[in-house]
Structure formats: structure tokens, C-alpha cells
Write a protein that binds this ligand. Structure first.
Ligand code: KIV
Length: 271
């Protein structure tokens, strides 16, 4: 038996060290084997198997419909691909809120069936019992505060959160509670940059932002958004690193045209 611990190159402990020495953390979503392999080759620190798969892979309007079995399927596909990054998997809506035993069961299924490194849960003190029970089983947790898409029906909008004092104060208190409970990192989504700065400075654990400004310890984006695969989604926080929508469209159009015109396949493309 190996005594070296996890074979993963990036560990939760190394993330803490990165924060301590001021090295920024790069995190990206991935949901399938082929993309995850490329993401790993690019040197990403953390892969998030996000429940945003419900949107970008399955076409749902919200993240709520994705199931635990579907998240495990995505996580297994990613785990077969990667060697270096820490792989974090979202616990989907309805598998951890309000019942800490079910929360532990869900987290254990993800860890056992996918062999991922950690889970992510949305929410603060209201899900503390679930967080504590999962942590007590030795499963690392990444928290997620601010805009928490699984609560979209409560918020009613995807607008920036915690602009008002009372919500900002609750967010700061929740962030401390998650750190005190033992979460190894925290995602802050769509909150004012100065609030994210305050939390990043106050916490010892790494804070990863999405739409939370430049002062966080790291950044996360949804792969399909940063690749420009969805040309209808362009929030202010999103930087596009490619325009794959046009790339795909042109490739598909050229293929259709080549088949219709009998240009494909040609002599050298047949047996
Ligand atoms: O599911 C997801 O992709 C996420 C990120 C937006 C942080 O939770």
C-alpha cells in the first residue's frame, strides 16, 4: 500500500500553500473525458465537475434538474482523463439540503464511484449540519456563496448578490463559518469585488471567484462560456478565450456542403 497519500499532484494542502505565497489558482469546469484531458494538459490547478453541466451539456434552464447519477457519470469521465489537477464535484440540488444523512450518502457516492478528490456545496450556515457530517467522514468540501444557482427560484434573478449591507454581512459571517467548519476553499460567485477582497483577506483558505473581481486567490469559469460556445451568454465578468461557436458552425457548414457536393469523401479518403 502506498504511504504517499493521494496520487493527485494538486492537493488541498498545496492550495493553502499557494494562497500563502500569493500564487493565483486557476480553476475551470469540465464534464467529459476529451475536454478534461486538454484542460489537464493546459496546467489547470482545479477542475470543477460543475452542476452547470445541467445547462451546458443537457440544455436545462437551471442547474436544478441534474441528478446525482448524472453528476457521477460526468465525474467518472473526467477522472479517467486527469492526472494533475484537484477534481471537485458539485453535489446536485436536493441531495444535501435539509438532511445531513442524505448529504453524507450523496458525498460518499461521489467519492466512491468517481474517485474524485472533493465535493462542492452551495450555502452557508443553513446547510452547516450537512457540511459537518460530510467533513466528519474525511471528505474535503469546497463552499460556494454569493450567487448560488441552485437557489435561483428563491433569488428570482441571476443579478449581482450582496450589494446591500445586511446580505454582505451575512455573506462574510457564512464565509467564516465555512472556514471554521473545515472547508478547504470557497467559491464566491457574482458579488462586488471589494466584498470579495475583504473575505479573501480575512480567510486563511483560498477564495476562488467567478464574477467576484480580481482580488480573489483564484478564478473559475465555465468551460463552454470561456470558449465562446454559447454566443448568447455574455455577462460582464466573462472573458472569452476563443470563439468556438463560429469555429464549430463553419466546420459543420463546410461538412454539409462537401457531402452535398460529393466533394467528401474523395479518392484518398476511401478504401
Ligand atoms: O456549476 C458550476 O459550474 C459552478 C461554477 C459557476 C462555480 O458552480
Amino acid at each position: 500500500m502506498s504511504t504517499e497519500g493521494t496520487s493527485r499532484v494538486l492537493t488541498t494542502h498545496k492550495l493553502l500553500e499557494m494562497k500563502e505565497r500569493g500564487e493565483k489558482i486557476a480553476m475551470l469546469t469540465a464534464y467529459d473525458y476529451t475536454s478534461a484531458k486538454i484542460v489537464d494538459a493546459a496546467g489547470i490547478d482545479i477542475i470543477l465537475v460543475g452542476d452547470s453541466a445541467a445547462n451546458v451539456m443537457a440544455g436545462h434552464e437551471t442547474t436544478l434538474p441534474i441528478t446525482l447519477d448524472q453528476m457521477i457519470y460526468h465525474a467518472q469521465s473526467v477522472m479517467r482523463a486527469v492526472k494533475n489537477p484537484l477534481v471537485v464535484v458539485d453535489l446536485p440540488f436536493g441531495t444535501y439540503q435539509g438532511n445531513s444523512k442524505e448529504a453524507l450518502h450523496s458525498a460518499v457516492r461521489i467519492m466512491k464511484e468517481s474517485e474524485a478528490d472533493a465535493v462542492k456545496l452551495e450555502g452557508g450556515v443553513e446547510i452547516m449540519e450537512s457540511i459537518q457530517r460530510i467533513l466528519s467522514a474525511g471528505i474535503p468540501i469546497m463552499g460556494h456563496l454569493g450567487l448560488t444557482p441552485q437557489s435561483i427560484h428563491k433569488f428570482g434573478t441571476y443579478a449581482v448578490r450582496a450589494r446591500e449591507k445586511a446580505e454582505a454581512e451575512k455573506l462574510v459571517a457564512d464565509a467564516h463559518a465555512l472556514e471554521d467548519a473545515g472547508c478547504f476553499a470557497l467559491v464566491l460567485e457574482k458579488i462586488p469585488a471589494l466584498l470579495a477582497k475583504q473575505i479573501t483577506e480575512e480567510l486563511r483558505i483560498p477564495v476562488i471567484g467567478i464574477g467576484a473581481g480580481r482580488y480573489c486567490d483564484g478564478q473559475v469559469l465555465v468551460m463552454h462560456d470561456m470558449l465562446g460556445l454559447n454566443n448568447k451568454f455574455s455577462p460582464r465578468f466573462l472573458r472569452r478565450y476563443a470563439n468556438l461557436y463560429d469555429c464549430y458552425l463553419n466546420a459543420f457548414k463546410n461538412y454539409v456542403s462537401d457531402v452535398k457536393s460529393c466533394d467528401f469523401p474523395n479518392e484518398s479518403e476511401q478504401y
